[in-house]
Design a protein around this ligand. Structure first.
Ligand code: NAD
Length: 260
């Protein structure tokens, strides 16, 4: 299927690795010009080299910056001639016990996983509407739908973003500017490997056993792949998805047990 987005410009945040890179890869394969942002220049360079080598790839621009800072967002926006597609993403907050979190930890989570996407949406959607085409995809988490106790910072901050997006997606922006959230379950990325290692240390059990138990609890029997996630993202950004807005799409191998 031709997604009809070749030649468009996408700003993909937190995209040197993992799910962000999966999204950048899927968009680049469609001939979308991508601006990828991440903090570390080295991983960003490696990612850009890979993206440029993809068949059909157009321009790949890198911005080494922290997207959760005003300067980082400014640099990212300045590097993108026009933002037709915005993929919001940043590192997730650390796990822990809510009794240990002070205001400072909450503010950091809100900054990364709620206020940064809102700032980038605010900076881009009116111009998308004026041009008659816009796609915003926020990478959130399955924890928005099925909260995880030790991820309270994530549950709270991402739910705030989800509520905000639900409101504006139903505004006049819906005229060919869509805003949707993708909710990853367990995907095989550095982030997941880090959380599995922490669980293995806590439980004093071998990593491969902890990982095997986690995989077995997923109906699909495996972790998700960043490219599978990217493919869903690219479809939401396509000309074919103009009638899908304000949705929360769970991609979790069937882990969430509810009917809806
Ligand atoms: P990852 O650690 O594999 O990759 C994170 C990427 O984000 C890297 O490129 C890193 O450089 C970049 N990054 C992090 N903080 C940044 C910042 N402040 N500014 C710019 N770039 C930044 O992580 P991932 O697994 O791809 O996760 C992406 C998001 O999805 C995270 O918020 C994570 O919590 C969430 N998530 C992941 C999973 C999963 O199973 N992988 C599940 C649920 C939610």
């Amino acid at each position: 299927m031709d997604l009809g987005i070749a030649g468009r410009w996408a700003l993909v945040c937190a995209a040197s690795k993992g799910l962000g890179l999966g999204c950048a890869r899927a968009l680049a394969r469609e001939g979308v010009n991508v601006v990828i942002v991440a903090r570390g220049a080295e991983a960003l360079h490696t990612a850009a080299t890979e993206l440029r080598a993809l068949p059909g790839a157009a321009q790949v621009v890198t911005v080494a910056a922290d997207i959760t800072t005003a300067e980082g967002r400014q640099a990212a926006l300045a590097a993108c001639p026009q933002v037709d597609i915005l993929i919001n993403n940043a590192g997730g907050p650390p796990p822990g016990d809510f009794r240990d979190w002070e205001r400072e930890q909450w503010l950091a989570a809100l900054e990364a996983n709620m206020l940064t996407p809102i700032e980038l949406i605010r900076a881009t959607v009116d111009a998308m509407a004026a041009r008659g085409y816009g796609r915003v995809v926020n990478i959130t988490s399955s924890s928005v739908k099925a909260p995880i106790d030790i991820l309270g910072l994530s549950n709270g901050a991402r739910s705030g973003l989800t509520g905000f997006v639900a409101g504006i997606a139903r505004s006049q922006l819906a005229r060919n500017v869509t805003l949707n959230n993708l909710l990853p379950g367990a995907f095989d990325t550095d982030r997941l490997r880090g959380t599995l290692e922490a669980s293995a240390r806590r439980q004093q059990q071998p990593l491969d056993e902890v990982a095997a138990r986690r995989r077995a609890a997923i109906p699909a029997g495996r972790f998700g792949l960043a490219d599978e996630f990217g493919a869903a993202c690219a479809f939401l950004c396509s000309v074919h998805a103009g009638y899908i807005t304000g949705q929360n799409l769970l991609i979790d191998g069937g882990a969430y047990p509810g009917t809806f």
